[in-house]
Ligand binder design. Structure first.
Ligand code: EPU
Length: 354
């Protein structure tokens, strides 16, 4: 009797005690869990979610690191599909949030609707792209956004925001501020012009002469592959820190000591400096704490070589921030979203240093 019962009891035990694993749901791949997980295949499912309980919205987890087991429900956005509308001068692409970003870029090129090629190979899904206003090689998502549609938690209704209502900035949007935890992106409307012009402003792309969209795409893919590790081969979250935006006067002071510091104009009073350069000059390229390391080809990227732990990662973030602050007086802010047991948190100061 006891013998026949055993397998059943064991099965129940496993079902009751095994929490959903997050390791394969975030590209930094720390070994953490969550209390519950719901895969959203259809935006209508959001109406049935109990938002009075802690929740975390996740795409492909390429910009989120779970540093602890999350005490709430993880909502994985996985609704698929795209509808194309032809306008006079543009194509309007209505893309479901769960589509993979890079596949969308490839698909639009195959349909002869170029424009997104500079944003090739950025990991993540379409719904995550507006949150941090993804950008690369002289182009930002904001340039293409016609609208962002989502589920408004307070009203329980679908809401469409215009591009200006998204309040886009450098790796920033309203979804990181006023609408944080209030609005779940389910669809993005992107407008690509029928009269394509290449954007070759970024260094390595300037060598291209009258390229086709496909050639720009291939050049971007080649540059990214040469510097940025593929998360499938080496766990990472892309750029870990933001390029700090400093006052023009601070940058002038830095330039007198470090004439080669790469910097870019933001507006009349601010410039952005390359955090990867600051980290490399602080002597940290390739530096490792356990299995967490500063990538040896791009110092702005942290990697998990396999068995990295949350403790090692937090030690690394603090170490990088401390070394850069000591050497340059600049405080680095992490761009990656860190999720602890009770939600998002930040490490270090988010302000300009002395
Ligand atoms: N640099 C170094 N050492 C390094 C890394 C960079 O000296 O280890 C220097 C480079 O030589 C260059 C400058 O810093 O002069 C800028 O480097 P890079 O062009 O590689 O770009 P980035 O500023 O480090 C940003 C984005 C990337 C995006 C690239 C290209 C942020 C936080 N990162 O990186 O985005 O692909 O520009 O446009 O804005 C991401 O967000 O995940 C991401 C990869």
């Amino acid at each position: 009797m006891s013998y026949t019962c055993l397998p059943e009891i064991e099965e129940n035990l496993i079902e009751n005690t095994t929490l959903p694993a997050l390791q394969s749901h975030h590209t930094f791949a720390l070994d953490t869990h969550c209390d519950r997980m719901t895969i959203i295949h259809d935006a209508q499912q959001l109406k049935d979610v109990d938002f009075s309980q802690p929740f975390c919205v996740l795409g492909e987890g390429s910009n989120t690191i779970f540093t602890d087991s999350y005490r709430g429900v993880v909502l994985v956005i996985a609704n698929k599909g795209m509808r194309i509308e032809e306008l006079n001068n543009d194509w309007l692409l209505h893309c479901e949030a769960g589509e993979n970003w890079h596949e969308l870029v490839q698909h639009t090129l195959s349909l002869n609707m170029p424009g997104l090629e500079n944003l090739a190979l950025i990991p993540g899904n379409v719904g995550a792209a507006p949150v941090q206003n993804i950008g690369a090689y002289g182009v930002e998502l904001a340039q293409f956004v016609d609208y962002v549609e989502g589920y408004n938690i307070a009203t329980g209704k679908t809401q469409k925001l215009s591009a200006s209502q998204c309040e886009f900035g450098y790796r920033d949007s309203v979804f990181k501020h006023r609408l944080k935890g209030q609005f779940i992106i389910t669809r993005v409307g992107l407008r690509v012009s029928k009269s394509w012009q290449p954007n070759l402003s970024y260094g390595p792309l300037q060598q291209l002469h009258e390229p086709t969209p496909q050639q720009v795409f291939e050049a971007v893919v080649a540059v990214r592959q040469s510097k940025l590790p593929d998360p499938k081969e080496l766990a990472n979250c892309g750029s870990f820190f933001k390029n700090p935006i400093l006052s023009v006067n601070t940058v002038k002071r830095l330039q007198t000591l470090h004439p080669n510091i790469p910097c870019y104009d933001v507006d009349q009073r601010h410039k952005k400096v390359a955090a990867g350069w600051l980290i490399e000059q602080a002597g940290l390229k390739g530096h490792a704490i356990g299995d967490i390391a500063v990538h040896d080809k791009q110092a702005l990227v942290l990697v998990n070589r396999g068995k990295g732990t949350p403790t090692q990662l937090l030690a690394m973030i603090e170490h990088v921030q401390r070394c850069v602050l000591t050497k340059f007086g600049v405080a680095l802010e992490h761009e990656v979203r860190l999720m602890g047991a009770n939600g998002e948190y930040h490490v270090g100061a988010a302000h300009e240093g002395a």
